[in-house]
Design a protein around this ligand. Sequence first.
Ligand code: SAM
Length: 229
Amino acid sequence: MDSVNLSPRLAAVASFVPKGARLADIGSDHAYLPAHLLLKSHIDFAVVGEVAKGPLENARQELKRQRLLAATALRLADGLAAVTDDDQVDTVTIAGMGGILIRDILAAAKQRGQSFTTLILQPNTDEQVVREWLVQHGYQITHERIVQEDKHFYEIIVAKPGNQTLSAQDLVFGPFLRDEQSPAFKAKWQKEADRISLIFERLTAAGKADTPAYQQWQARFQDIQEALS
Ligand code: SAM
């Protein structure tokens, strides 16, 4: 992967960035995502935020190689503290981090009084935590996509300011993903159902089939069956 040829995961994130957006890519590492969008003239400005010096240096090198330094503001900062009012950022991408970290970055931004027109989030884990935070803090989910890369499944969640009520099932499976029933969605949750079946076997073999833990797995298994039906 490089700035020209994004991975399917980052290409899916990029596909949701509105044309002409003023972008902040938080946790940018190599800056492939903003560099790709700048090279295509899809955007003309991006804040590239990184909490760690090494990845920020990776970003600087990539942007220099692509002659894009002038179109970017490289900032060493924790989360959305990288963004100032003067940047006039309207679109935020946060990809390739855990959902809890993404939630914490969004919560810290909210506490600082920052709000954005479009959030494009790609949690590697704990997608439910991200959805929960969004709907509890004045955002509504407008689009979702699930992408498979090798054995991994990645969910992309797009949110805009607004109100939304989501069921417990929507929070776990994603309101749009659940409706769409894409092959990647089915494969992700079938894989999880298969994993839980193995847990059932192990718990039963250990004489623990009548425990709260077993019942919790049973409830999750049933939810998955319903989401796939
Ligand atoms: N966004 C890129 C992608 O999706 O391919 C890079 C993902 S990389 C796995 C995660 C990056 O997030 C790391 O470079 C890490 O330093 C950065 N990061 C972690 N916590 C952060 C925070 N609180 N603020 C900014 N960057 C953070």
